[in-house]
Design a protein around this ligand. Structure first.
Ligand code: NAD
Ligand code: TDX
Length: 332
């Protein structure tokens, strides 16, 4: 039992992790979050005030970070600028938060000797060919495509260097695409669900052959806790649940589950540099640490997620118009 500092805990995956930790462990949590357009206090509503508090602040601000790290037993670092399309439009905040923010946290955990877990993405490995039987492993060379993924790759390399050069007690995980409650409506699955609710046709980039390896956010959370508790310092673990699907199939599943014709979507301009396929081999995490995912049925997890957006319009409605306005500017 201890005190966790969770950066980015008001965002999608971070808030799911906070809920998961409070439900499944005795830890207390301090969330450090800048509450950018992607952060939402409402994602932490109703959590016990004696076990969870929110501090609004920037991970790139050493004066904010230092006392919070000093008071924590471990730091779990989710905060990031996370959206590829935004990074193509304006890369600057990605450099500031993903690179300088991670550097600022690393310097603080180095000063205080604090355990650090760094959350990263499979996108650092670039992409795979559609028909390639290969999947990413911890040994796959880094080859990021976008400003987002290159800044995440940079942050991973900083963590590795701080482990080797300064003995920082850190682990890294690289996870595939998450779905579940509290995901911002700019992202693929919530954008399409909320479009259908609004009577707007879902928007498929290009032909929709691109493959993503979907994992439920709760399975990501259980994997991160497992690594935090049992992971070997200095090691990287890939997190994935064997959920590869192409985007066209996902849109058709959403339309069908929401009672619309499967072809009631629109094809829009493709994303420049759009990665073709991600696929995770999570053998190391499963065999070394004994982790297994709980959500093996994507259709069932998707149905729960659709229900969550139908039941929680008050949570997502305030984001929707601004997110669609950003897409209109980008022709998507
Ligand atoms: P998100 O955009 O929903 O949330 C990011 C959170 O970080 C927000 O609450 C935001 O306010 C906060 N934040 C941004 N800049 C900050 C700063 N400078 N200081 C403090 N807080 C700041 O993102 P997400 O999808 O939940 O992703 C969380 C992490 O998981 C990221 O590191 C991302 O790279 C990683 N990841 C995401 C996925 C995915 O499918 N979404 C998959 C693998 C890894
Ligand atoms: O309207 C859309 N139509 C569409 O076809 C949107 C928003 C996306 N897409 C496609 C692009 C991708 O192939 O759907 C796929 C998923 O898109 P995103 O939700 O933007 O996710 P992706 O770019 O794959 O990145 C996500 O997974 C890895 C997260 O946003 C990252 O933070 C994480 O690192």
């Amino acid at each position: 039992m201890g005190e966790l500092l969770v950066t980015g805990g008001a965002g999608f995956i971070g808030s799911n992790f906070v809920h998961y930790v409070l439900e499944n462990t005795g830890h207390t949590v301090t969330v450090l979050d800048k509450l950018t357009y992607a952060g939402n206090k409402a994602s932490l509503a109703g959590l016990p005030a004696d076990r969870c508090r929110l501090v609004r602040g920037d991970i790139a601000d050493a004066a904010v970070v230092d006392p919070l790290v000093a008071a924590a037993d471990a730091v779990v670092h989710y905060a990031a600028e996370s959206h590829n399309d935004n990074s193509l439009h304006d890369p600057a905040p990605f450099l500031e938060t993903n690179v300088i923010g991670t550097y600022t946290l690393l310097e603080a955990v180095r000063r205080h000797g604090t355990r650090f877990h760094h959350i990263s993405t499979d996108e650092v490995y670039g992409d795979l060919a559609l028909e390639d039987p290969a999947r990413f492993t911890e040994a796959t060379p880094y080859n990021p495509s976008s400003p987002y993924s290159s800044t995440k790759a940079g942050s991973d390399l900083l963590v590795r260097a701080w482990v080797r050069s300064f003995g920082v007690q850190a682990t890294i995980s690289n996870c595939s695409n998450n779905y579940g409650p509290y995901q911002h409506v700019e992202k693929f699955i919530p954008r399409q669900i909320t479009n259908v609710i609004d009577g707007v046709r879902p928007k498929l980039y290009g032909a929709g052959a691109n493959v993503r390896d979907w994992i439920h956010a709760d399975d990501h959370s259980s994997a991160v806790l497992t690594i935090l508790e049992q992971g070997r310092i200095g090691e990287t673990y890939l997190i994935g649940a064997g959920g590869e699907k192409n985007n066209r199939d996902v849109i058709e599943l959403i339309l069908e589950a929401m009672g619309r014709p499967r072809d009631a979507y629109e094809q829009v301009a493709d994303r420049p540099g759009h990665d073709l396929r991600y696929g995770i081999d999570s053998t190391k995490l499963r065999t070394e640490l004994g982790w297994t995912p709980r959500y093996s049925n994507f259709e069932a997890g998707l149905a729960n997620t659709i229900k969550w957006y139908l039941d929680n319009e008050a949570w997502w409605r305030p984001q929707k118009a601004a997110a669609e306005a950003r897409y209109r500017d980008q022709g998507r």
